[in-house]
Ligand binder design. Structure first.
Ligand SMILES: Cc1cc2nc3c(=O)[nH]c(=O)nc-3n(C[C@H](O)[C@H](O)[C@H](O)COP(=O)(O)OP(=O)(O)OC[C@H]3O[C@@H](n4cnc5c(N)ncnc54)[C@H](O)[C@@H]3O)c2cc1C
Length: 405
């Protein structure tokens, strides 16, 4: 039995290791286009590798996948975040959970994860063929033949696990084999917003913003920390919106209306806070007495936006202007006009249509003997370790599936 794994990333290594464990007599070979495998693991999580998310309730866990939640539910009942923790710990890599749920190796180095995966694969006799880019896969009878770029020969395999990530080259291979690709678009990005209210606020963050994004006739909502960058908005709440609205934002060329509640409080609460600060200190200047919970720099920008000048005192601020200020704090509207980069994590939404894959074994319903795992599938999660978890899980199930026949 010869098994080829195309793509030496997170999913490919998990599939190869599981297959080699299940079928010790099989020849398992990983083909990796780059000089070194696991390049994304290396750069992930700012070099620390956010391996998974410390939430072991499958129902809650799947709610972090804008695409693929339904299919992953059953898959996670077989291999979920708790199993990932156990998998690494049983191989000597302890993971720690940070307060926001993200899990990292205690070494804070992605190299620990790479070493663990490479050593485990080697121990089980998996061959790692780096600098071997697969250019074509043909299904011949009940087996497969692989072409390697710049090499004349074709190599035969009984089974293939396709784990080339979200890149176009992998999409081409799988399309040639007869699969449908849901067109890829970016997910997890920041919002470009050119607005005077944000000028000079770069670096400012609020813990509990509520956002609503109107795009393509739909409204998407998210809550959480919000960060002002030098050219727009970022932070977990924005990244969440970018993932849920990935397709609509792409179709609108990243133009959308964003409503920001900076404090995540109700309009009424914000109104009461404003009235309190105004009525309790009529002689003071609004500039020097921000409403509760509002950062000074943001407060100054919002006062400018509603034209409360520096010299004005609270006694001179009427209800009409106060309403405008309430509106800025509770429902300020901004025009998103571009997509930014989020350097810590990036994934594509889109990939192989999930209806064409049997999630029990990750086997293709189109090409028997072909298994698929990782980002090639139309699955993507929010930031926080969810993307690796779907790669570990689908890789594990593909490795198990490819060894059962
Ligand atoms: C900067 C960055 C940081 C990230 N950080 C995190 C994080 O901290 N936590 C998290 O959960 N997710 C993170 N992600 C997302 C995560 O990296 C991906 O979801 C995950 O790597 C997908 O795994 P994969 O094995 O499917 O694909 P990949 O990791 O992309 O691996 C695919 C491999 O296949 C190889 N390949 C492609 N085509 C061929 C071919 N034709 N022949 C041979 N080899 C081929 C590629 O070179 C690559 O090595 C991050 C992503 C980026 C870009």
């Amino acid at each position: 039995m010869k098994i080829a794994v195309i793509g030496g990333g997170a999913a490919g290594f998990f599939a190869a290791i599981k297959a080699a464990q299940e079928l010790p007599s099989a020849e398992v070979c990983i083909f990796e286009a780059n000089a070194k495998p696991l390049a994304k693991v290396r750069i992930s999580g700012g070099g620390r590798c956010n391996v998974t998310h410390g939430c072991f309730d499958v129902e809650k866990f799947v709610s972090h996948y804008p695409r693929g939640a339904r299919e992953l539910r059953a898959a996670f009942h077989r291999f979920q975040a708790a199993d990932t923790v156990e998998w690494f710990e049983s191989r000597g890599v302890r993971l720690k959970r940070e307060s926001d749920g993200r899990m990292f190796p205690i070494s804070d180095s992605s190299q620990t994860i790479i070493d663990c995966l490479v050593n485990e694969a080697r121990k089980l006799g998996v061959q790692i063929q780096a600098r071997n880019k697969v250019s074509a896969v043909k299904h011949v009878g009940e087996s497969f033949s692989l072409n390697i770029a710049d090499k004349p020969t074709e190599i035969g395999f009984n089974r293939v696990v396709l784990t080339p990530g979200g890149a176009k080259a992998g999409h081409r291979i799988v399309q040639e084999l007869g699969h449908k690709i849901v067109s890829p678009v970016p997910s997890l990005f920041t919002f470009g917003i050119d607005d005077s209210r944000l000028q000079g606020l770069s670096g400012l963050s609020t813990d509990n913003a509520s956002l609503a994004l109107c795009c393509g006739g739909k409204t998407f909502e998210a809550e959480g920390p919000l960060l002002v960058t030098h050219w727009g908005l970022s932070g977990p709440a924005v990244l969440r919106l970018s993932a849920w609205a990935a397709r609509e934002l792409f179709e609108s060329n990243y133009h959308a209306k964003l409503t920001v509640n900076w404090l995540g409080k109700s309009k009424r609460e914000i109104w009461e806070d404003l009235v309190l600060v105004r009525d309790s200190s009529p002689k003071k200047k609004p500039r020097n007495t921000a409403a509760q919970g509002v950062a000074k720099r943001l407060w100054h920008r919002l006062l400018e936006a509603v034209q409360i000048s520096e010299e004005k005192r609270w006694a001179e601020v009427g209800n009409k202007t106060l309403k405008q200020l309430q509106n800025e704090l509770a429902a300020g509207t901004f025009q998103v006009s571009a997509k930014g980069a989020f350097k810590e994590e990036f994934v594509t939404c889109g990939g192989v249509d999930l209806s064409e894959v049997d999630f029990a074994t990750m086997e293709s319903k189109v090409v028997p003997g072909l298994h698929l795992a990782g980002e090639i599938l139309d699955i993507d999660g929010l930031t926080g370790g969810f993307n690796f978890q779907s790669a570990w899980t689908t890789g594990y199930l593909a490795g198990e599936g490819v060894s059962t026949f």
